[in-house]
Ligand binder design. Structure first.
Ligand code: CO
Length: 221
């Protein structure tokens, strides 16, 4: 396990190398942030967003929480989503779960860990909603499938947010993708559940295109 002094030393080596390869790299990044992607992933240390899609600093706006959830009362996530869409004007949002997710495994079990149990209740609810499908599977298959069903659900949850619906109402290009990363091989599976328009939003969650349905002060370009 590296010490903190080693981490700081690593940082100096890294910064020097980046500057050697691209002398104006940091000046350019300091001036402006213009990522095309918002990444919503799990906090798991084994799923580092930039590294697994090989993107440099400045190319990915990132939000991570336990089990990559988009909960409609989580103002942290909602603020990230709104800022990414309306100010940074990202074009793609990627919800990336991962097989072997401890949060998913915990949600399928009965042990208590603390506050995180409340956070994982949302995953238990997904499991309960799909219990017929899940109960036919072995324990391992069940865990893997719930990782996928969770991502599918979070893509839907994102499509239901005001920020996303306002963007689509304005005609802003915005695609939401659902991916799952494999800890065992480092590869990402596209679940092919991309949401790109209001058609992805079930009627009860739809905001109609009234004056409240498109934030007036957001850029319309
Ligand atoms: Co996880």
């Amino acid at each position: 396990m590296p010490t903190l002094a080693q981490l700081l030393s690593n940082n100096r080596t890294w910064a020097a190398k980046v500057k050697q390869d691209d002398p104006t790299f940091f000046e350019r990044l300091e001036a402006i942030q213009r990522p095309e992607y918002l990444w919503i992933g799990c906090s798991d240390s084994r799923v580092p967003a930039n590294q697994i899609v090989d993107l440099a600093p400045g190319e990915l706006f990132v939000h991570r929480n336990i089990a990559n959830q988009v909960v409609h009362t989580d103002f942290n996530c909602l603020a990230v989503v709104q800022y990414a869409i309306e100010v940074l004007r990202v074009k793609q949002i990627i919800v990336c779960g991962h097989y072997g997710c401890g949060g998913i495994a915990a949600a399928l079990g009965h042990d208590e860990y603390g506050v995180v149990d409340n956070w994982l209740r949302h995953i238990k609810d997904i499991s309960f909603a799909h219990q017929q499908e899940l109960n036919r599977l072995s324990d391992k298959e069940k865990e893997n499938r719930l990782c996928e069903l969770n991502v599918v659900t979070q893509v839907k949850n994102l499509a239901r947010t005001k920020a996303v619906q306002y963007a689509w109402n304005r005609g802003q290009t915005l695609d939401i993708h659902g991916w799952v990363y494999g800890l065992h091989d480092g590869l990402i599976k596209d679940l092919k559940v991309t949401a790109s328009s209001r058609a992805a939003v079930d009627d009860i969650y739809q905001l109609h295109e009234t004056k409240r349905g498109s934030r007036p002060n957001a850029s319309t370009s």
